[in-house]
Structure formats: structure tokens, C-alpha cells
Ligand binder design. Structure first.
Ligand SMILES: [Zn+2]
Ligand SMILES: [Zn+2]
Length: 231
């Protein structure tokens, strides 16, 4: 699977999200309804650059402001929006919103569990950073981008702590990325190892290493949480 078109699409989405964060911040806006005004330009962006699947979903399900608000609320309040296209639209808009709210909250990441200490969403990736003589693992929230420390040898999917059940896979083409899998719950997440490449950008490299997802899925592991692109 080619990473370049995915990265271009992601860059386009990130460019779309950035001013949303700034505008919420400059107005101290915490009302979810403030996101509604961005729907029309998001739908335009997707009709230009998105997949047919995403465009069709919008044509069938996102034709009214009520539908937009309902989707945002369902995802924000419950998190369990199952349709991948629905999740995509909700997350493009909720990510900068959640990130802004998290930035106001001052989160203490000690004692955090396997889900985000701010918004309770699942992690989308791990990050390894040098600490003392080893590396400490952080998990990155799939919604608000908060990072929190999480022990290295524990599965965030099921809590398995037995090293023999937690295989790690690395591929020669991505020296700073690895698959952290679990043989108990059959899930995986990728970690970006900043001790091997200090310039890596976890969210971007998580997408760039899509070849590792293919390896993991070929080995019957499913991803603990998909990234914004649904992968
Ligand atoms: Zn979060
Ligand atoms: Zn597990």
C-alpha cells in the first residue's frame, strides 16, 4: 500500500484542522455547536480529495445541520460511532476541539490507564522516549492528542503483562517504528521510537508506516484504534 497519497491526504486534513483549533482558542469556545460552521468546507474538501466512499456517505447522511450535530454529539458523548465514514467526519472536527479542551485542562498523566486520562478515547500510537538508561513509553490519544505514560510491557488492549505473549515486530524499512502486538487479545498498536529517530513525528510516522499494518493484519492482529484515515 502506497504511503504517499495517504500522507498527502493527511496533510490536507491537518491544514484544515489547524485554524479550527486556533479559532476555538482565540474565542475560548467550548460549545460543540461551534464546529457546525466547518462542515460545509469539510464536505467540499472531501468531494475534491476524499474517497468515493466518504463522499457517498456525506451525500446520504450529512445533508442537514441536524445530522451534523447529531453525529458530533454521538461521537463526543459516547465515542461508539461504528460506521468508519461517520467516525472519519466526526473525528476531523472533534480532534481540534478535543485538543483545545485538553490544552485548557492541565492533565496529570501519572496513574493513567489504557485510555486517555482526559477524554477516555483509546490510544492511536505509542511513543518511546529516552529516560535514564532505557526508554519510557507514552501513549497518544486518538482524539485529543494528549500523551500519557504507560508501562512498556503491558497490553493496552487487555492488560496482559507476560512478555512472551507480547511480540514486537520491526521491519528494516522503518528503523524507528515497531508493532507492539498481543497474543491474548490479538490487537496491536504501533510505537514510534524517538530514541532511534529524534526527528520522527509520531502521528505522521504512524500513517507513513502503513506497511506495518499490512504485516500485522496478515498475522491476524487487529488495530486497537484506527488513525484518522481509518487505518
Ligand atoms: Zn484524549
Ligand atoms: Zn492484549
Amino acid at each position: 500500500m502506497a504511503a504517499v497519497p495517504l500522507l498527502n491526504f493527511y496533510a490536507e486534513l491537518a491544514r484544515f484542522q489547524k485554524p479550527i483549533f486556533s479559532e476555538l482558542q482565540s474565542k475560548s469556545q467550548t460549545d460543540l455547536r461551534a464546529l457546525l460552521c466547518y462542515f460545509p468546507s469539510l464536505l467540499k474538501l472531501i468531494s475534491r480529495q476524499g474517497t468515493g466512499l466518504l463522499a457517498n456517505f456525506a451525500a446520504e447522511n450529512l445533508q442537514s445541520v441536524d445530522a451534523h450535530l447529531e453525529l458530533l454529539r454521538a461521537m463526543w458523548e459516547g465515542g461508539e460511532v461504528l460506521d468508519p465514514a461517520a467516525r472519519f467526519y466526526a473525528r476531523v472536527l472533534l480532534q481540534p476541539y478535543a485538543e483545545y479542551l485538553a490544552s485548557r485542562a492541565g492533565i496529570h498523566s501519572t496513574d493513567a490507564g489504557p485510555t486517555c486520562p482526559f477524554c477516555n478515547a483509546r490510544p492511536v500510537a505509542g511513543v518511546l522516549r529516552a529516560e535514564g538508561h532505557g526508554a519510557q513509553r507514552w501513549l497518544v490519544c486518538s482524539l485529543c492528542s494528549t500523551e500519557w505514560q504507560y508501562r512498556r510491557v503491558v497490553c493496552p488492549g487487555c492488560g496482559q503483562e507476560n512478555k512472551d505473549k507480547l511480540p514486537i515486530y520491526t521491519g528494516a524499512e522503518f528503523p524507528a517504528a515497531r508493532v507492539d502486538a498481543c497474543d491474548t487479545c490479538q490487537t496491536y498498536l504501533k510505537s514510534i521510537d524517538l530514541t532511534k529517530d529524534g526527528h520522527a513525528i509520531p502521528i505522521v510516522d504512524e500513517i507513513a508506516t502503513v506497511a506495518l499494518n499490512v504485516w500485522a493484519e496478515d498475522h491476524d492482529y487487529s488495530k486497537l484504534e484506527a488513525n484518522l484515515l481509518g487505518m
